[in-house]
Design a protein around this ligand. Sequence first.
Ligand SMILES: *Cc1c(COP(=O)(O)O)cnc(C)c1O
Length: 425
Amino acid sequence: MTLQERDKKVVWHPFTQVKIAPQPISIVRGEGACFYDEKGKRYIDGIASWWVNVHGHCHPYLTKKVSEQLQTLEHAIFSGFTHEPAVQLAERLLKRLPANQSKIFYSDNGSTAVEVALKMAFQYWSNLSISKTKVIAFENGYHGDTFGGMSVGARNAFNLPFAKLLFDVIHIPVPVEGKEEESINALNNALKQDDIAAFIFEPLVQGAGGMVMYSSEVLDKLIKMCRDKKVITIADEVMTGFGRTGKFFASDHLEHKADIICLSKGLTGGVMPLGVTSCAQFIYDAFMSDDKMKTFFHGHSYTANPTACSASLASMDLFDKPEAFENIKRIDQQHKLFMQKIQSHKALIDVRQLGTIIAFEVKTNEKTNYLNSLSEIISEFFISRGIILRPLGNVLYVLPPYCISNDDLRFIYDAIMEFLDENVE
Ligand SMILES: *Cc1c(COP(=O)(O)O)cnc(C)c1O
């Protein structure tokens, strides 16, 4: 039996309609910005393996540090116990995070980082005996696949079967260019209610929603409005963190900083699952009490797993070297040059770019959504050329590991140009 046949017998894949999906590609090895399949065919990883990879696959330094940690302390319960990797990682993250952040809470992925943020915000008000239980979020947002994450995310085909089970959220328009006032007015209206606990957002780029981008100026205004009304702000930096938008965090583009920040994906360099929710001191203080009922009763078996923390520490070492941000700047420049070249292409509705992310909204006759069949056509076209791109509906994007070479970037750009020239009227 082939690996694909064995796979089909026993494995259930994420986001996959198994009845019609093409056979999964069997990856045997990763190196730098590339994967290799069973036959030795090379695939350029144009989407950083679901947005997690930053320094490249199987980076020798990350591999070495993780294997050293595995031989010392692989895992330890984190309630009543602590260890060097978790403490050191918290120290080092806080040095990089906005100055208002003062405590690090560990979990294991992006969705749990968001759940923790929401629970912190809700219980903050509960601990102060103030009744605030509503959340404000952007339309078209994505914050993970757990119930809290789905509730604050866009209501769409992905969570339709659960629609009745999701909690009440006030969705306001995304302040994309030309819609800033509409968004500000909607927030202003929502903030008139006195039961708003928190405002959650993906800063500057909505990832899964189609790499939708908006300005730091307008987000600054929205955060300030929430602060004035004592509404807790939550920046979901699960995708935007660790250099993705050209700065270490998307929050670094902002003057006003969120009270709570969620991290995952690039946190460990894309090596191990880990989530972090950081918060400002005033949030933490509301849980300090002689009253045990004010405890934050939340945790996961693998909270602050030392091996995952060691991967993250090793990734932070690599970010401390000049090469990391030199690469990020280089990709940003390459993207900008290609954007100039392709901007007026007839097959495109829009091109947008920030830092290492470039996105192309392709014209289509169908209603534009993720279930768009164009997405399968696009994937197949690029796979046949040894490039991994996984469009979000009719939005094609490149979000590579930072070690990708200019040659590989050019190969991807050329293929995109070819695709647009040939396949779209
Ligand atoms: C991917 C993502 C999540 C969910 O993270 P998982 O690790 O996949 O659970 C949450 N928020 C944003 C902005 C994301 O991009």
